[in-house]
Design a protein. Structure first.
Length: 455
């Protein structure tokens, strides 16, 4: 046993040697030292203390479930006592009448044979983790087979990706996007007009493929706009984020990305939305020694449509930091059009505020005044203003015991307490627009900063 009492289950009791006692003290001082514990178990097994050896091997396996030495030692300990390696094999002695004459045949081989592994697993299930015991069958330990390259599922299954149909409940259109007239006009020219007018598209040689990069401050509706484009086109929609693509196994990230585009080609017309493009398509100069470089290369290949036809596949990408995106992704034929999505203008703020207040009890709300004081707020900021105003009215009602409505005072107080989340973004973007505007990529951003007097 663990406490050092002699083991009589495997044969005559044997006194514990001073070396075993010293090792027990060392293991007690360093319980996490697996090799030391296994050495103690080996000596216990050789000395005939089978139960104590099983217990020590079990503790070792709980700390290192995949340790091959610990597994082998556990198998030998469960199989029965074996003579010390250095001791000569004793000559057979006359056995008493009651002693079975076939005792040596009871020792099973370490793997397979007639050993009852299921019974052995039940015997030590209190000290071994399930990962060790669950894989045992009657013929020895078995490991559950892993898919090829460690993949968690069949990448060829199109249902592995969430393809939203155009007639899905709750599908949105550009009419549901408040304001943003300029954004809608750019989308109309890039995607919508060619799709609605096949004759004109054929006349002017406009292909049904393309890519558009949406960038701007966080919380300004880039994802919502992408869904609205899919609804306007009557197309399927696939939203792709970094957790849908990246995999710990070499080559799986590229395969996942390829399957996303293959699914989109099968489901064309389809809008593929690449969220947080700076994570999936970071500059390769910064990822030279990581697996992400190959993922960016794969993305470039998919956008080119090498070996495949991308007609009917519209790629929309969004990022808050376009200056961190690999420049090759933005060349003509890939994400060749760039659209700045700014904080909502006056009409858009009015629509957003009405949306977030529509199901709340309100009275005498001066929306025009609220729209004026929320200049520069993102859509997420406006939602937070409405939430904070509702919290204030709820708390006041709980304190007084009288339910009251949300009023202009609550909303103005909430707006005053909320700092626009777009300000840090513009502080960082200002330097890029002024000093890193190669080729006029950020002319649109520079013009807005001048107009808003943020320079």
């Amino acid at each position: 046993m663990i406490d050092g009492t002699p083991d009589t289950s495997d044969g005559p009791a044997a006194a514990e040697s001073p070396l075993i006692g010293s090792l027990r003290a060392a293991v007690a001082a360093a319980p996490g030292d697996v090799p030391l514990r296994l050495h103690l178990a080996e000596l216990l097994l050789a000395a005939g203390h089978g139960d104590a050896a099983v217990a020590e091997a079990a503790v070792a396996l709980s700390r290192a479930p995949q340790d091959a030495q610990a597994k082998a030692l556990m198998a030998r300990a469960l199989a029965g006592p074996t003579p010390p390696p250095s001791a000569p094999i004793p000559a057979p002695a006359p056995a008493p009448a009651e002693q079975p004459t076939e005792q040596p045949a009871e020792q099973p081989p370490q793997q397979g044979g007639g050993f009852d592994w299921a019974a052995a697993a039940q015997e030590v299930e209190d000290v071994l983790p399930p990962r060790f015991t669950a894989g045992y069958r009657n013929n020895g330990p078995q490991e559950a087979p892993l898919p090829v390259d460690g993949a968690a599922g069949d990448p060829g299954d199109a249902s592995a990706y969430d393809v939203e149909a155009p007639d899905r409940p709750g599908a949105v259109r550009l009419a549901d996007v408040g304001g943003m007239r300029e954004v809608k006009d750019r989308l109309e020219a890039a995607f919508l007009a060619p799709m609605r007018n096949p004759e004109l598209r054929k006349l002017y040689g406009k292909s049904l493929r393309g890519g558009l990069l949406l960038y701007g401050p966080p919380g300004c509706g880039k994802t919502f706009i992408a869904r609205a484009v899919a609804g306007e086109l009557g197309a399927n929609f696939i939203s792709v984020s970094i957790n849908d693509v990246l995999d710990m196994w070499l080559g799986n990230s590229e395969r996942n990305l390829h399957e996303v585009f293959q699914t989109a080609r099968r489901q064309a017309p389809c809008v593929v939305f690449l969220d947080e493009l700076d994570a999936l398509g970071a500059k390769r100069s910064r990822t030279a020694h990581t697996g992400m470089r190959n993922t960016v290369n794969q993305l470039l290949t998919e956008l080119d449509g090498v070996g495949d036809v991308n007609d009917g596949v519209f790629v929309l990408a969004a990022t808050n930091v376009p200056w961190d995106v690999d420049i090759a992704l933005r060349r003509p034929g890939r994400l060749d059009r760039t659209l700045l999505v700014l904080p909502p203008d006056g009409p858009a703020r009015d629509a957003i505020l009405r949306y977030h207040l529509r199901d709340r009890p309100i009275e005498s709300v001066d929306l025009a005044k609220l729209v004026k004081v929320t200049e520069g707020f993102s859509g997420a900021d406006l939602a937070h203003v409405c939430e904070s105003a509702a919290e204030s009215a709820l708390l006041d009602s709980a304190r007084t015991g009288t339910v009251r409505m949300i009023n202009t005072k609550d909303l103005l107080a909430a707006a005053k307490a909320v700092r626009p989340s777009t300000e840090p973004w513009f502080a960082a973007a200002r330097n890029v627009a002024m000093f890193a505007n190669e080729g006029g990529v950020y002319d649109e951003l520079l013009a807005y900063l001048k107009k808003a007097r943020k320079l």
